[in-house]
Design a protein around this ligand. Sequence first.
Ligand code: ATP
Length: 264
Amino acid sequence: MLRLNKLTKTYKTGDQALKAIDLEIPEGQVMALIGPSGAGKSTMIRCINRLVEPTEGEVWLAGTELTHLGASALRQARREMGMIFQEYALVERLTVMENVLSGRLGYVGFWRSFLRRYPQSDVDEAFRLLDRVGLLHMADKRADELSGGQRQRVGIARALIQNPKLLLVDEPTASLDPKTSRQIMRLICELCRERGLAAIINIHDVALAQMFVQRVVGLRFGAIEFDGAPDNLTPDVLTTIYGEEDWEATIEKVEGEEDIEAAE
Ligand SMILES: Nc1ncnc2c1ncn2[C@@H]1O[C@H](COP(=O)(O)OP(=O)(O)OP(=O)(O)O)[C@@H](O)[C@H]1O
């Protein structure tokens, strides 16, 4: 579904953010990307949809190689990739509904969306998605009236209305409290399962990643240090990814969180 071949990014400053990354993600797989600050996680996510231009290497998405596409072909390819950001990136003065519908921009064209003339089928789908993410009753609220968790739900609905094959998720829980973080991660993972979507989730919270995903990839200095099931993230492995730390505490936290989940 997604394949990275020797994906490399060297910034103008000389920072080697990605060093010839090889990675394959099959259809429907949800993968968490972990690693210390500066490891290259955001760069990887942004090189996949070319918000950052890779220096070398290839990005294959469902049979199309993306790094050499011209502007119009790239716009079309980007429809296949839903993006969910940490900072929600909503248009503050627009309503929840309008923000969700803006996810159709790649399909309906700028003027039609500017004039807010979306096809009825898009409006129907937006209502369905708002219902699914638990925000139907807030469709007419302005984005700037929402809480962090609600804003993230709008971001999720907006990414899904694009009908993507792949979700690129950059630190979805970084500004949320622990309980809301769990709810948002659970929602993203459930929706991926329901829709057979693949996802890459850049996430700082290792315990949260372990709770919800099937596969974890650990980056360090722009290279893959670990690629496997969450259960195999032992303290030794975490030390190779992050350096020396007391990882027992992190792993215990996962067990503790599961107890909380069960009690909820
Ligand atoms: N626009 C840029 N110009 C120059 N160097 C950059 C730029 N963006 C990132 N870098 C460098 O590339 C490396 C990887 O950064 P990146 O933001 O991808 O890491 P990250 O793992 O996402 O970190 P964090 O978890 O802190 O967001 C770092 O050394 C960083 O300083």
